[in-house]
Design a protein around this ligand. Structure first.
Ligand code: DQA
Length: 146
């Protein structure tokens, strides 16, 4: 393995598969994680995967990535639109970052168009369902390789 990525899933993403499938699709969180593992494996990267419904636990996981991971893929879920703490943690560790949303947040309620995380991301992928995680891992591993 040439490197290691941290994949971070925010609140309510543990419910994927049953949660509002018309918006988020039928795939489960484990399906999304499998997409991440396969894309990372193809690029010779390993992944650590964290999901939490708690803001502080997500901050702790991001901080812990310093020294263990070379890049981060994050779907901050609802914390995208509210969390200065998560944005600050991402800025503090300063690792290459890709932000993912399953749904097209820009086609939904106006409050979902604002992200505290996007200014720290090298790419933002929204609306591609769980394939968005594949695009994110492919982009991040290419970025880290070049
Ligand atoms: C989400 C979009 C957010 O607005 C929402 O709060 C989520 C999931 C997405 O993946 O589309 O929980 O991040």
């Amino acid at each position: 393995m040439t490197g290691r990525l941290l994949i971070v899933h925010g609140p309510n993403l543990n419910l994927l598969g049953t949660r509002e499938p018309a918006i988020y699709g039928p795939a489960t969180l484990e399906d999304a994680n499998e997409v991440c593992r396969a894309a990372a494996d193809a690029a010779d990267f390993a992944v650590d995967i964290v999901q939490s419904n708690h803001e502080g636990a997500l901050v702790d996981a991001i901080q812990a990535a310093q020294g263990t991971a070379e890049g981060i893929v994050i779907n901050p879920a609802a914390y995208t639109h509210t969390s200065v703490a998560i944005a600050d943690a991402l800025a503090a560790v300063g690792l290459p970052l890709v932000e993912v949303h399953l749904s097209n947040v820009h086609a939904r309620e106006p409050f979902r168009s604002h992200s505290y995380v996007s200014p720290h991301a090298s790419a933002v992928i929204a609306g591609a369902g769980i394939q968005g995680y594949r695009f994110a891992v492919e982009h991040l591993t290419a970025l880290l390789r070049d």
